[in-house]
Ligand binder design. Structure first.
Ligand SMILES: Nc1nc2c(c(=O)[nH]1)N[C@H]1C(S)=C(S)[C@@H](COP(=O)(O)OP(=O)(O)OC[C@H]3O[C@@H](n4cnc5c(=O)[nH]c(N)nc54)[C@H](O)[C@@H]3O)O[C@H]1N2
Ligand SMILES: Nc1nc2c(c(=O)[nH]1)N[C@H]1C(S)=C(S)[C@@H](COP(=O)(O)OP(=O)(O)OC[C@H]3O[C@@H](n4cnc5c(=O)[nH]c(N)nc54)[C@H](O)[C@@H]3O)O[C@H]1N2
Ligand code: SF4
Ligand SMILES: [Mo]
Length: 742
């Protein structure tokens, strides 16, 4: 008898493009995964990683029940046993050393999991520890800082309105491979093609002639880490050639004169040698940006993970403002998410702005930004004795032993902890150090609403994925596990009635936000629970919501559920001043902290010793890989060996490197052995290696990944190098020595 065929819809959880997928099932068997052509947002696009959902679901190495380490070995345990172990071991640490002795680390998949994202704040509040870390500080925190200061909330990131744009300047991003970041833009290729077909142009600035550069009109190599000089040259030119046109933004912007003055010394002619881009090119780009009605500048990882990450992130939006492209159709615009966006909440047009630096990390004195410390401070906070030392750790969907600089130090530090919990689906390079591992469900077994990426989408929309498959076991949703740890910390015991606890927390929140109406709202949310209930609340009280009956035509979760391919909420609309949450109610073009940091760039420019090192290293993303965790999926792992070091033919010749041969890359005492791939797509003097590899550490359960482990780029990098403003790790443009291995 053949089982019945059914189709489930699921937003792909793997990258920021958030493509709508159709999962074809025969009973509980996944027979096919394809793009949902009717999806209102992704309209039939997917990439090869989507197919990996089947392998992930079926992966025998994926954990389905908790593991507890007993006498150095992991043994399977029931959920009750695992929670009891956490209670037994975590509470004494807090009692003895205080709340700050317990740190939490959040990883990239958290932003793709509504349960983790919506319930972490509850765990954090219960813990009350300042020691919060996340992948943000090896990624986008410089952008969060710059937009926070300029526009008043951490996630008010303007995104290119690509479907109506005629010119895009893309700096340090490769959306053809990454499928976009802080810019949710499925099918970048199709949209770039359409842009060019209507006569528009794309220019890419990158030390590698990337896949995105291949589909662009022009590409310019830039010296890694020197974007700040390129961007300062660009802003200088706008003033120098009287190209500044704020248009309707003029009355909403403060600080134009300060910026004009601050960039005076940075003429492109002075910058050229440093950034590797000719002054004439910089000036021409400034003119094109100023004279094209619909244009935007966009920068990503390459512009964030460097010494001047905050300045670069800021200058990109300074250009967007000065050319009048911010908040304009076809320019860089603010999405209006249906739920959870800080820039749609509270009073519109002004707010408290962002506050950072309320406290500093114990060892390096790094400032707290957006409630967290730099991830690169974690190891030293564990391995440096003294009051305030971290003694226990909860990692949540993160693998910093591979994904953060100097994982070796972190790995050694993790072994010094009194207690460690990993919420993770694999026994991998990081979770192997845990005492308890709590696995999450397969993405196909959980419901999903996209909390994060609707805030960065090139078009507004609302979509919801119910669980495609029922889970087999007693495995809870991750929000439940998180809440249970919160309950344990609160002293309620590991067997607390989790729904009653959830109700009590929600009632408290509602009393604060809705006052007298709270009981009525609580009743209206019945019978939903957990993360789904949070989504319903946010949607109904959000900018398109039905306001619990006050606007009957407005959005509810039920309406979104009734539209399996989503609800389109239209093209981006101008939102200034409504989206601003700065205290002044204006765009702050010249935040003090950023202006002050220009002195560092100026000194750096004057420093003659800062001539180009022999070789510098940068990272690279690949289509069939996602940071450190998808190398165990056979459908993605197959094919040519990809963890190669790309070098230009001139460098290969000079350093006697052979295509396919091995080379050593050294950074001081740290060294790795890599396979060489010679390619003219590299800028001479720059070597490119993907990150997230190095699956040859003992004690993991990753059979497929272990077959071709690759090498760990982060083993070379220095955890002490940070952008001083944001604390973000410097991952790009690190000087290395390279030599052939025979
Ligand atoms: N050199 C260099 N280093 C980099 C970068 C770079 O460009 N160059 N990029 C940086 C960036 S941008 C990022 S975002 C970070 C990413 O770094 P991390 O946030 O640490 O991400 P991953 O290394 O992918 O690890 C993800 C973890 O989540 C687990 N996981 C997957 N799905 C689930 C789930 O549903 N539930 C739970 N509980 N766990 C799950 C995986 O098993 C894995 O352990 O890496 C950074 N590291
Ligand atoms: N397939 C795939 N997709 C992914 C991921 C993945 O691992 N694989 N990771 C996801 C994550 S976590 C993120 S944050 C996004 C990132 O999204 P993107 O930022 O688009 O990611 P990358 O492909 O790393 O692009 C960074 C580019 O910066 C260039 N670069 C390096 N140093 C410099 C520099 O100093 N200046 C300039 N101008 N360029 C520089 C690199 O050569 C590279 O082309 O991708 C997401 N999507
Ligand atoms: S681009 Fe690929 S990995 Fe990213 S969401 Fe779409 S299908 Fe998933
Ligand atoms: Mo990232």
């Amino acid at each position: 008898m053949t089982e019945q065929t059914s189709i489930a819809h699921r937003i792909c959880p793997f990258c920021e493009a958030c493509c709508g997928l159709e999962i074809e099932l025969e009973g509980k068997k996944i027979t096919r995964i394809r793009a949902d052509k009717a999806d209102v947002f992704s309209a039939g696009f997917l990439c090869p990683k989507a197919i990996g959902l089947k392998d992930l679901h079926e992966d025998p190495d994926r954990l389905r029940s908790p593991l507890i380490k007993r006498d150095g070995k992991f043994v399977e345990a029931s959920w009750d046993e695992a929670y009891a172990e956490i209670e037994r071991r975590l509470l004494p640490v807090i009692a003895q050393h205080g709340a700050d002795a317990v740190a939490t680390v959040l990883g990239n998949p958290v932003s793709h999991k509504m349960g983790l994202l919506l319930y972490f704040p509850k765990l954090a509040k219960a813990l009350g520890s300042r020691n919060i870390y996340s992948a943000s500080s090896v990624d986008q925190i410089p952008k969060m800082l710059s937009v926070g200061l300029m526009f008043g909330s951490w996630l008010s990131v303007p995104v290119p309105d690509i479907e109506r744009s005629d010119f895009l300047l893309i700096i340090g991003a490769n959306p053809m491979v990454s499928n976009g970041s802080l810019w949710t833009v499925p099918d970048f290729r199709g949209k770039a093609k359409a842009l060019r077909e209507r006569g528009g142009k794309i220019v890419v600035i990158d030390p590698r002639k990337t896949e995105t550069a291949e589909v662009a009109d022009a590409h310019h190599f830039i010296r890694p880490g020197a974007d700040v000089f390129f961007l300062l040259g660009l802003v200088h030119t706008l003033f120098d050639e009287q190209l500044v046109r704020l248009g309707r933004l003029a009355e909403h912007t403060l600080g134009v004169e300060q910026v004009a003055e601050a960039v005076q010394e940075f003429a492109p002619e002075r910058m050229a040698q440093r950034c590797g881009i000719a002054a004439a090119t910089v000036r021409e780009l400034a003119r094109t940006l100023a004279s094209t009605e619909r244009a935007a500048v966009y920068g990503r990882i390459g512009t964030c993970t460097q010494e001047y990450g905050s300045l670069c992130s800021w200058l990109i939006d300074v250009v967007n403002v000065l050319t009048g492209h911010l908040d304009q159709e076809g320019g860089a615009m603010f999405p209006k998410a249906a739920a959870f966006a800080a820039n749609t909440r509270g009073q519109s047009g002004s707010g408290r702005g962002v506050i950072s630096g309320r406290h500093h990390s114990r060892v390096s004195g790094a400032a707290e930004i957006s409630g967290e410390f730099p991830l690169t401070c974690l190891a030293e906070e564990i391995d440096t004795p003294g009051t305030g030392q971290i003694k226990a750790l909860i990692t949540i969907a993160t693998n910093p032993v591979l994904s953060a600089p100097n994982g070796a130090r972190l790995a050694a530090a993790l072994d010094q902890l009194d207690f460690m919990v990993s919420m993770d689906i694999y026994l991998n390079e990081t979770s192997r150090h845990a005492d308890v591992i709590l696995p999450g469900l397969s993405p196909l077994e959980e419901a999903h609403y996209d909390v994060t990426f609707t805030q960065f989408s090139h078009r507004n929309h609302a979509r919801y994925s119910p669980p495609a498959l029922a889970s087999d076991s007693a495995q809870p949703d991750e929000w439940e596990s998180m809440l249970r740890i919160a309950a344990i910390v609160k002293g309620l015991g590991s067997k607390t009635d989790i729904d009653a606890f959830d109700d009590a927390l929600l009632e408290q929140d509602l009393q604060r936000s809705a006052g007298a109406a709270s009981a009525q709202i609580m009743a209206a949310l019945q019978p939903l629970r957990g993360a789904e209930r949070q989504v319903e609340l946010a949607l109904r009280s959000g900018p398109y919501g039905d306001q619990f009956g006050q606007h009957p035509d407005g959005l509810t979760l039920a309406k979104i559920k009734a539209a399996p391919s989503g609800i389109d909420l239209g093209a981006l609309m101008p939102r200034i001043p409504e989206a601003l949450r700065t205290p002044s109610g204006k765009i702050e073009l010249a935040p003090k902290m950023l202006l002050a940091d220009l002195a560092r760039a100026s000194a750096d420019l004057a420093n003659l010793a800062a001539v180009a090192p022999d070789m510098v290293i940068v990272g690279r993303r690949q289509l069939r890989s996602n940071n450190s965790w998808m190398h165990n999926l056979p459908v993605l792992a197959k094919g040519a060996y990809r963890c190669t070091a790309l070098v230009h033919p001139d460098d290969a010749h000079r350093l006697r490197l052979i295509n396919g041969g091995m080379a050593q890359i050294r950074n001081g005492a740290r060294m790795i052995a890599v396979q060489v791939e010679i390619s003219a797509e590299m800028m001479p003097g720059v070597v490119s290696l993907p990150h997230g590899w190095g699956h040859d550490l003992p004690g993991t359960q990753l059979a497929v990944a272990g077959e071709r482990p690759g090498v760990n780029l982060n083993a070379l990098l220095d955890e002490n190098l940070r952008d001083p403003l944001s604390g973000n790790a410097v991952l790009s443009g690190i000087a290395v020595q390279m030599s052939a291995l025979v």
